[in-house]
Design a protein around this ligand. Structure first.
Ligand SMILES: [Zn+2]
Ligand SMILES: [Zn+2]
Length: 332
């Protein structure tokens, strides 16, 4: 029989399809590996030397040999930086001007790398730039929520191979964030504790789904993982906004993320994935009920009519088995 599990953070149910569970190693990407990429590609807008191909630069982290990380405005932005936030109401319909900031973080000057192959210091540079941009974008009074995310690979929604991620500063709080927040408040009202802290404590006692631990962060698979190798990385210290991270925690976070991405890379043959930093709305500050974290979703299984029709996911893997598999992947 399959099993339904509830994600206590979102209250969503997931079908864990135990009877047709696939063994973790069988989910590795198959086929002939693509030809190695060049370090520099003449027509790539993100390669070092091609800076003129990008639109306005908003930040640059420099090293001894030129830039290490650059942030530029997205050439095809979902939101535009000019203008005011104006709402329109037409009967039951609501609309709003599409103001906001949509940036691309060019993570590395080299074309052929991906986070799994960075050094921990290079990953820390990327996270440091996320934090700086987050803190800066938050000052814009039009901004309600800041989403930091990465699409790695075509199956995750990107065709540009040069390592990059994105930041979207939005004029509204998206429903998904609001729903999570409301659930977290409800849990706090009832239990008097942060649901994320309690989840982490239970995971650290059970030790069934832990993937990687560092001094300040824990990577684990959610009990109700919605898809194969769905991962969360939680700060051990209760903290609701990503930009509250301290310097020494930032380095530890980068090392943790880098190791987990390298485990996916080596264990599953470089799968496509998305990651996203989930943080409290921009102006909410520190709250006892909300806890920021990173979610990583490898794009291994496809969603179909069942998911569209029910909003529920079918996970054809056991989170405990997948976690055990990843724990065993040696990272060079
Ligand atoms: Zn490039
Ligand atoms: Zn907490």
């Amino acid at each position: 029989m399959s099993e339904l599990r509830q994600n206590i953070i979102t209250r969503e149910w997931v079908v864990i399809a135990k009877e047709r569970a696939q063994r973790p190693h069988l989910l590795a990407r198959r086929g002939v590996p693509p030809a190695p990429l060049p370090q520099y590609q003449p027509d790539c807008p993100f390669c070092t030397g091609n800076e003129h191909l990008t639109v306005k630069e908003s930040f640059r982290l420099n090293g001894d040999a030129g830039w290490k990380v650059r942030v530029v405005l997205n050439k095809y932005p979902a939101l535009s930086p000019e203008g005011d936030r104006v709402r329109h109401i037409d009967g039951i319909y609501r609309s709003m001007t599409g103001v906001g900031i949509h940036e691309v973080v060019i993570e590395h000057p080299r074309h052929d790398l991906s986070p799994a192959l960075y050094s921990d210091a290079e990953m820390a540079d990327v996270i440091d730039v996320y934090r700086r941009r987050y803190a800066d974008l938050k000052k814009d009074p039009r901004i309600e929520a800041i989403i930091i995310f990465k699409n790695h690979g075509e199956g995750a929604g990107t065709s540009l191979v040069h390592p990059h991620s994105q930041i979207a500063a939005m004029p509204i709080v998206p429903t998904q964030i609001r729903n999570r927040l409301e659930e977290a408040i409800r849990f706090f009202d009832e239990m008097g504790e942060c649901v994320f802290c309690q989840t982490l404590r239970q995971e650290l006692i059970a030790r069934l789904r832990i993937v990687h631990e560092t001094a300040h962060f824990v990577a684990f698979m959610p009990y109700a993982a919605l898809s194969p190798f769905h991962l969360w990385i939680f700060p051990r210290r209760h903290s609701s906004s990503f930009d509250e991270i301290f310097d020494h925690e930032l380095e530890d976070f980068a090392a943790n993320v880098r190791t987990v991405l390298a485990k996916l890379y080596h264990g599953l043959n470089n799968p496509d994935y998305n990651y996203s930093i989930r943080s409290i709305p921009a102006h909410d500050g520190h709250r006892d009920y909300s806890h920021w974290y990173l979610a990583i979703i490898p794009r291994i299984s496809r969603t179909a009519g069942f998911e569209i029709g029910s909003g529920m996911y079918i996970n054809p893997t056991l989170p405990e088995e997948s976690a055990e598999f990843l724990r065993g992947v040696h990272v060079p």
